[in-house]
Design a binder for this molecule. Structure first.
Ligand SMILES: NC(=O)CC[C@H](N)C(=O)O
Length: 221
């Protein structure tokens, strides 16, 4: 197949880094600022940045409902840090009117690792990523405090005061990490997401060809 088109929500945050990481992982990476641009992608990344600001901008740019609907409809979505916060069904330590995309049945706590420790790094074993552990960079990061029954935990902090805290999860077509793989040069998390996107595109294409073979009207007509 041709390279899947993966959008990066480009309202705020480290958009450029995700575009570069996706391009290096075999996707056609494009910025998304308008509903029509969102409608044209096979998958979308919600970058790191500041979740309350990004939430306000989603409203301003009329992207909130289209993005919520796309995620609910199964569009492969990857949220990193602030992106994880926006995807959560419940957010602790945020403003009362904070935006939830409700893509993940999890409770996240913003800035969870404490104000003294704004950033830190750790080597993580991540389910689905083979080889060396992933060197994870956390920047004023959230952690996941509750996971719903459909949510798979992909990584936890291995040691230190936050040992055991959940920092990477997947629920069906939604992937989220507390950390920022886009800043390290290790492309394995983006490659895992691009694989999710490719699988979803292939599935949709084979559903269309089955429908054609059955003589039913084509979904792509
Ligand atoms: N690096 C990040 O994305 C930080 C997230 C930020 N602390 C927030 O609450 O949105």
């Amino acid at each position: 197949m041709t390279d899947p088109v993966v959008g990066v929500l480009a309202l705020q945050g480290d958009v450029r880094e995700h575009l570069a990481a996706l391009t290096a992982s075999g996707a056609r990476a494009v910025p998304v600022r308008r509903p029509a641009e969102l409608a044209a992608v096979d998958g979308v990344v919600i970058p790191g940045g500041e979740s309350t600001t990004m939430g306000l901008l989603l409203r301003t740019f009329d992207l909130l409902e289209p993005l919520r609907a796309a995620v609910a409809g199964g569009l492969p979505t990857y949220g990193s840090c602030a992106g994880m916060i926006l995807l959560a069904s419940e957010i602790l330590d945020t403003r009362p009117d904070a935006v939830h995309l409700d893509g993940l049945d999890v409770t996240v706590r913003r800035n969870a690792f404490g104000r003294q420790v704004d950033s830190f790094e750790a080597d993580l074993d991540v389910t689905g990523v083979s080889g060396e552990p992933v060197h994870a960079v956390f920047i004023r990061a959230p952690w996941v405090e509750r996971v719903g029954p459909e949510v798979e935990v992909l990584a936890t902090v291995p040691a230190g005061p936050a040992a055991g805290r959940v920092v990477a999860v997947r629920q069906n077509s939604v992937l989220a990490t507390s950390f920022h793989p886009e800043v390290t040069g290790d492309r394995r998390i983006h490659a895992m997401f691009v694989d999710m996107v490719r699988t979803a595109v292939e599935r949709a294409e084979s559903a269309v060809s089955t429908a054609r073979a059955d003589g039913r009207p084509s979904l792509s007509a």
